[in-house]
Write a protein that binds this ligand. Structure first.
Ligand SMILES: Cc1cc2nc3c(=O)[nH]c(=O)nc-3n(C[C@H](O)[C@H](O)[C@H](O)COP(=O)(O)OP(=O)(O)OC[C@H]3O[C@@H](n4cnc5c(N)ncnc54)[C@H](O)[C@@H]3O)c2cc1C
Length: 588
């Protein structure tokens, strides 16, 4: 039995936000407990691409500035956001990333255009990635970290880093060598194979979270699994702990200085989707782990009077689903973010009309699906229509190019349910119930745009971001190729998400605000548990993990500053004073 536990800080959730909060607290000498609802730690963050968007990071000297970052963000953000929270992000994110670097976490900038690459202040060096991590450094906890997303594992087994992922999925330069290296590394690692099938090479979000957990466990922090926050404890108006549930048994855990809610979004709670989203979509189209983010921490905050913001949408991404191999009655979600913009294809609504630059960023794509659904009622799902050239060369959601997955290898039950094929465009239109004339007109237009290299309707392939995921072998526009080689194919594309954008309203110091705009003492929120500092905008690769890490870091700094002068034991007071001094020096 667990009795009367008290920590300086309780962190709820073990994704990027939660792990950073716990790490910062432990590194500053505070006692901290992480409670994690599921049977694995790492959250969506461990399954993710692990990219972190940090303007003006100066990890390598460059001429980015906070003014440029503001110019960029100001040009994108069209609805009201908290200005001082946005400013806190621009100021604190570089400090957060240098904190990680100072601990030895191998973070480095990647060449990745901001998602609105033609807007004022846009750059191509603000996305940070983390070098791979050897999972076995986690010792016996190796198997307890959530695995990377299926799409970042070749055949759901072999880990790929992002360059390998892009090279293999487009069969780009050096893809065969990359593939051979991956197989060699995996099968040559006999000692790990004796433990099980999991690849010890953690890449992408697995790499980021592997490094963070190593730091956390080295500092003796406990991540208590299968422990769900249900309610917040409040004493005299201040949050003083949590009511948690462990295998059906409820108990209280107390916090001296603060509770930091990092329990992700509410994407797996259909009721909350219906309550907040104009086009709710379905939980089962989300690409985040299904057993995690159901909004309990949001509801616990609401129960004690917290306010919310930016809850109107998700971090959208087009997805498709297919039966999960060897698991009857379950479906697996496949992202189609980069597939929908590849040449020799077009996306149409159920009227056979285009509605977006298909090669735009995935969040914009989803936002366009929502807007088109509200306008026409003929979207969510829409269709990705492509020809045999596309099929031979690129992935379509869960379907690999024919070199890796020829048509004959696709199980029979997928045809005419998850993927459709016909010898002519007319026959395809009939199969998927699209108006033939509209589809034929759309395809004819695309074919003429492919010739000229210019898409006058939506500008597909007309900016650096689009072109990054096009095929350089296709000219004059790497995102536009004629759709003219039979057979023709189609897959339905759903309104998927990577989590939700809104949550509890938190201020520039990550303190949760009540309905009167006043901080609720002792309560902080970070990551998707809080509203995004960017409102409904996804500025660049890493636009959700960047704020998650930053406001978790900010929350702990605030706890330290707030409590250093308060009523605590002499021993704790000296720890807090030391931590506060260090924090002040670091914040400059
Ligand atoms: C495939 C994929 C790729 C992505 N790539 C990127 C990328 O490269 N860059 C980027 O910025 N974003 C990316 N995203 C989005 C990003 O992963 C998430 O937005 C981000 O990880 C959210 O971090 P978080 O810490 O807020 O939440 P999470 O990482 O989801 O962690 C929340 C944790 O809280 C736990 N929890 C929930 N409820 C409770 C409760 N009641 N009690 C206790 N614990 C609870 C959950 O189980 C979970 O472990 C990607 C998402 C996916 C699915």
């Amino acid at each position: 039995m667990i009795h009367n536990e008290t920590y300086d800080v309780i962190v709820v959730g073990s994704g990027a936000a939660g792990t950073m909060a716990a790490l910062r607290a432990a590194e500053r000498g505070l006692s901290v407990l992480v409670v994690e609802k599921t049977h694995k730690f790492g959250g969506t963050s461990a399954t993710s691409g692990g990219v972190i968007w940090v303007p003006n990071h100066q990890l390598e000297p460059n001429d980015d500035t906070s003014e440029q970052a503001f110019a960029y963000l100001d040009s994108l953000i069209k609805w009201p956001v908290q200005r001082d929270r946005l400013a806190a992000y621009v100021e604190q994110a570089p400090k957060m990333i240098h904190f990680l670097k100072s601990l030895g976490v191998p973070v480095m900038p990647a060449a990745w255009p901001d998602y609105f690459s033609e807007s004022p202040g846009a750059r191509s060096d603000r996305s940070i990635v983390c070098d791979t991590f050897d999972g076995r450094e986690l010792g016996d906890k190796f198997v307890l970290m959530r695995e990377q997303y299926t799409r970042f594992k070749l055949m759901n087994r072999y880990s790929m880093d992002l360059p390998e992922f892009f090279s293999i999925s487009t069969r780009g330069d050096g893809w065969i060598k990359a593939l051979a290296k991956i197989l060699w590394r995996y099968w040559g690692d006999i000692s790990t194979r004796l433990i099980g099938g999991r690849d010890r090479r953690f890449t992408t979000g697995g790499a980021l979270m592997g490094h963070l957990f190593k730091q956390l466990f080295d500092r003796g922090v406990e991540v208590r699994l299968e422990t769900r926050l249900d309610e917040l404890l409040v004493t005299g108006g201040a949050v003083t702990g949590v009511k948690a549930m462990h295998f059906g048994r409820g108990y209280e855990i107390h916090a001296r200085h603060g509770v930091i809610l990092c329990a992700g979004g509410f994407e797996w709670n259909q009721e909350l989707r219906e309550r907040f989203f104009p086009v709710p979509g379905l939980t089962r189209h989300s690409s985040t782990p299904e057993d995690g983010n159901r909004g309990e921490a949001l509801l616990a905050g609401l129960k004690i009077g917290a306010d919310t913001e930016h809850t109107e949408g998700g971090w959208w991404i087009p997805t498709m689903h297919m039966p999960m191999p060897k698991a009857s009655n379950f479906e697996e979600i496949h992202q189609a973010a980069f597939d929908v913009g590849r040449p020799h294809s077009v996306c149409v609504n159920r009227n056979g009309e285009r509605f977006v630059d298909e090669a735009c960023s995935y969040d914009e794509f989803g936002a366009a699906m929502v807007a088109d659904q509200l306008k026409t009622g003929a979207n969510t799902p829409c269709w990705l229509v492509f020809d045999a050239t596309f099929r031979a060369n690129y992935t379509a959601g869960g379907f690999m190019p024919t070199a890796l997955m020829p048509d004959w290898l696709i199980p029979k039950d997928r045809w005419d349910h998850y993927i459709f094929k016909a010898h002519s465009l007319e026959a395809l239109a009939q199969k998927i119930h699209l108006p033939l004339q509209a589809l034929a007109r759309t395809v004819a237009n695309m074919n003429s745009f492919a010739k000229s290299g210019v898409d006058p309707e939506f500008g597909r392939g007309g900016n650096p971001y689009d072109c990054m995921f096009g095929d350089p072998a296709v000219t004059p526009n790497p995102c536009l190729g004629a759709i003219e080689t039979a057979p023709y194919y189609a897959v339905p594309i759903n309104l998927g998400d990577l989590g939700t954008k809104g949550g509890l309203k938190a201020d520039a110091r990550a303190r949760v605000l009540d309905g009167n705009g006043q901080p609720i003492p002792g309560l902080y929120a970070a990551g998707n548990n809080a509203g995004s500092p960017f409102g409904n905008v996804y500025p660049g690769a890493g636009g959700t993990i960047g704020p998650a890490l930053t406001f978790a870091y900010v929350a702990v700094n605030d706890i330290i500053e707030q409590t250093a002068g308060g009523q605590v034991s002499p021993a704790k007071k000296s720890t807090l004073e030391k931590a506060a001094k260090l924090t002040t020096v670091e914040r400059g």
